[in-house]
Design a protein around this ligand. Sequence first.
Ligand SMILES: [Zn+2]
Length: 490
Amino acid sequence: MKRIILVVLACALTLPASLRAQSSLDAAAATMGTASLRSLQFTATGQSFVLGQPPTASEPWPVRPVKSYQVNLDYGSNAMRVEQVLTMPVPQPRGGGAPFAGEQRQVQFVRGAFAWNETPPAAGSQTPGIQPQPAAATERLLWMWAASPQGPIKAAASNARVRSVANGSEVTFTVGGRYPVVAFINKMNQVERVTASLPNDVLGDMPVVTTYSGYRNFGGIQFPSRIVQTQGGYPTLDLTVSAVQPNVFLDITVPDQVRNAPSPAPPAATSQKVADGLFWIAGGSHHSLAADMGDHIVVIEGPQNEARSEVVITEVKKVIPNKPIRFVVNTHLHFDHSGGLRAFVDEGATVVTQQGNVAYYEKAWAAPRNLIGDRLSKSGKKAAFQPVADRGELKGSNSRVVELHLLKGNPHNEQILVAWLPAEKVLFQSDMMNPPAPNAQVPPPTPTITNFAENLRRLKIDPDQIVGGHGNRIATRADLNAVAGRAGTN
Ligand SMILES: [Zn+2]
């Protein structure tokens, strides 16, 4: 009898809770006006930030002011168009990111599994170009459902679990059949926050959190006046909304050249001999340097991702056979230069990096990796680090010396190392300079190049060959003098 009473009591407590949760979703739908909403356009200004390109391991992502931002969402077809104009402050903020001067207009699309960009018309043409962006589809689709607080309510209507939580309710649904999204609805029946994860080569299952605040009536629809998104713990987008128009229809059709685009070519590695037992491993957008140290190998730079590292490791073992890769040198934290490090750790290599980065990697690499399972998460090996302050040195059994030097005060990244092989007069650097094309008009030096040249002068490094983490050939001292202007001359 006692047990029956308990069971009845338990039902009495749980049933109203789930009903309450469901009714809060209905109330939110009524408040947010989603029933008659098929599409939505909003405009904003604000700030955009470059994920994974901070000036130091403890600072936020660098900012690009957003002069204008317009989103068109079509809920029924899973489609979105974003047009934004970014501006570059002068001087450029510390940190990395693709350089541009003045303004940059971007037009981005997603529809289901397809993503593409519109590019300016070629000379003599009126028609804009189309550029497939398959790697961007997941993030854009997630933004399609999170950019407006009406999105999660619309998505929840077809596939969702709803439950009561403190101060509101939580709606869980899936985007792209794979990525779980949780929306928090507050007591005022407003969507206050949307939480999701994206796969990231450095951060694993990277948290993506969108918050909505300052709700008000925009032309008959409740909409937040501020939308902030963080990725990996720092803001990536901060929008102040100026106008919202419900049911503005925009036909977003997947162009044939996007639908029929060949899948991207798999990564490939090439090698070029720099000196005896020293090879530039290139073949993609990001390059490495492999040094035969007698009884082992040092690889400088593990960029991009595991797929890149796999082909680099294979090529390194081909040109320097039967030796283990015992060290991988990381020039700096920027994600495009550190995303492949974990594969080298799994290979048995110790990570040599500036001391300011060690705690960052230890924390980042401890995060869950359900969306991006890699070799290291499967093997469970523990990463070993060899931190470098201002100067470090790796010595081979063949007495080859690889010196590592901090580029002090570098605006691109203040914890960036270069590798210097004094006997061979070979320097490896990333993101400091690329050799200019023959007969190219060389622009005036950036603060980054000037700082690079000043550090080399301070360190009395006078290279014959400058091997790059980017660029399509090995640079010379003359190239450095050309790109660094007066700052480059000794
Ligand atoms: Zn960088």
